[in-house]
Write a protein that binds this ligand. Structure first.
Ligand code: FES
Length: 495
């Protein structure tokens, strides 16, 4: 029987990005059947797939996890014994069904063979030779089909992946992700880059309510929020308090734009402030566990220090790690806000944040590869977008050009180089302009470096005065306006 496999599992099995599979589908090299792939087509497209390849994939995933500041997961973080037992039970049922089918086919083939032999005996000589040819072909075909083939190990590995990680499919978007260990559905969804609806993350608000359409889930945390009897009867659960035992299909709310994200006011605690160079401060802050910041990658918020006017600051971290926020703040000499930040804010100082705002967010519907251009500390929101793109794992290629002007540095150049080293589809280019007006002069080189620039999506963040000339140049060179998103470096202007 043809074996179907979901895109997420297929990507993991052959060790490629989901975006690479999507490109093959668009180019007609892989067929899909209701969103799933035939295992035989997959192995045909990736004939070098070996079971051992998973070690390389795991290594890259580990580097990627560290690269995008995800929480490092303990080695022993595997599903609990009940979850494993339930998944093995489902596999056992499938195996029993497959065996039953195989027995029926075997009986049928045996009867067919006997019938051919019978007909060959009872027919005239010329027909007899045709039958004997048919018989020879049938025996040969049977032998070759029944011989064990190379797919066996891959099929076994696919079954193993199914035991270790359940898959969640969200309706109506069709987004899918895998749940490792005993993570909650909400945690795993956020880590995969989805903007699922939620509030408290701990079972109090009911905002993560989702309806189970199929599959089996399990409560992992008790919750105070009470689902009505009707809701329970209809299959509603709280995504922050449940994990998936088997593959699951859920109806759940997601944010598709900044208009879906509510404005929030949260007190955060400073973890540390770093001074990677004289022109930028990196502020690390942590939200309370029960009151995290819901935002989209690339957005900004207003940061309030005691006795200071609030300032707009872009968020430089990924929504997949919503408790740990990062801001790259350009140092403007003489700014009272910077002085207060440098002199009065220490580890554990409580700050108030309000937001998020802004539409400098990824166009997730676009199938195009991504180009990011950052100038100086404009790298902050670009970093957030790149980490989000990595979590989504759909872009075929990601190109980062980080331009600095005199006096500035590629203050997180090592991080960018580690992405470049770890990911086949990521390329980092560090550029230096002789002065701020020379930024535009670097654009022809960037476009020449890209293959078919007009078929790519551009995201650029730089000081406000540079935006217009850069936008004009790129559109004159044929980059469609709809594929260009620009953002000024936020900071300095009172919110
Ligand atoms: S996020 Fe509040 S109950 Fe789940």
């Amino acid at each position: 029987m043809p074996r179907l496999i979901t895109l997420s599992r297929a990507a993991r099995l052959v060790g490629v990005k989901r975006g690479a599979l999507q490109t093959k589908i668009q180019q007609g090299e892989l067929r899909t059947f209701e969103g799933e792939l035939l295992l035989s087509d997959l192995l045909h497209a990736y004939p070098q797939t070996k079971v051992e390849d998973s070690t390389m994939l795991e290594r890259v995933e580990h580097i990627m996890e560290r690269a995008v500041n995800k929480i490092i997961r303990p080695e022993e973080d595997v599903p609990d014994s009940n979850t494993l037992a339930a998944r093995i039970l489902v596999l056992g049922q499938e195996l029993a069904q497959a065996r039953q089918e195989a027995r029926r086919y075997a009986t049928l083939i045996h009867e067919l063979k006997q019938k051919i032999e019978e007909l060959a005996r009872d027919t005239e000589e010329t027909q007899a030779s045709a039958f004997s040819k048919l018989q020879a072909w049938f025996n040969e075909a049977l032998e070759s089909r029944l011989a064990p083939d190379d797919d066996t190990e891959i099929i076994a590995k696919e079954a193993f992946l199914r035991v270790m990680a359940a898959q969640v499919r969200i309706l109506p978007s069709g987004h899918e992700f895998l749940i490792e260990g005993s993570d909650s559905i909400l945690e795993a969804g956020l880590r995969s880059g989805l903007a699922l609806d939620y509030g408290c993350s701990n079972g109090n608000c009911g905002k993560c309510k989702a309806k189970v359409v199929s599959g089996q889930v399990k409560k992992i945390t008790a919750h105070d929020y009470v689902l009505s009897e009707t809701e329970r009867g209809l299959g509603y659960i709280l995504a922050c308090c449940n994990t998936a035992v088997t593959d699951v299909v859920l109806e759940a709310e997601e944010a598709f734009g900044s208009y879906d994200i509510p404005r929030q006011k949260i007190e955060v605690r400073v973890k540390k402030i770093e001074h990677p160079d004289e022109r930028v401060l990196i502020l690390h802050a942590r939200t309370p566990r029960t009151c995290r910041l819901r935002f989209l990658a690339g957005q900004y918020l207003s940061l309030q220090l005691d006795n200071q006017s609030p300032q707009d600051c872009s968020i430089a971290s990924c929504p997949c790690d919503d408790m740990n926020l990062q801001f790259h703040i350009p140092v403007t000499p003489g700014s009272p806000f910077i002085e207060a930040l440098e002199n009065h804010v220490k580890s554990n100082t409580v700050l108030c944040i309000e937001g998020p705002q802004g539409d400098f967010i990824l166009n997730e519907d676009s199938p195009r590869s991504l180009v990011f251009i950052a100038v100086n500390s404009g790298f902050g929101p670009i970093k957030s977008l790149i980490e989000h793109a990595m979590a989504l794992d759909t872009a075929e290629n990601i190109y980062l050009y980080w331009i600095i002007t005199p006096g500035n540095s590629h203050y997180l150049g090592n991080l960018c180089r580690s992405w470049d080293d770890a990911l086949d589809n990521f390329r980092f280019t560090a550029l230096e302009a002789t002065d701020s007006s020379a930024v535009e002069a670097l654009l022809p080189g960037i476009l020449a470096d890209l293959h078919n620039a007009s078929g790519l999506d551009f995201y650029a963040c730089m000081p406000a005065p540079l935006l217009e000339p850069v936008e004009n140049y790129l559109t004159r060179q044929g980059i469609p306006q709809g594929q260009l998103r620009l953002e000024p470096v936020r900071m300095g202007a009172p919110a």
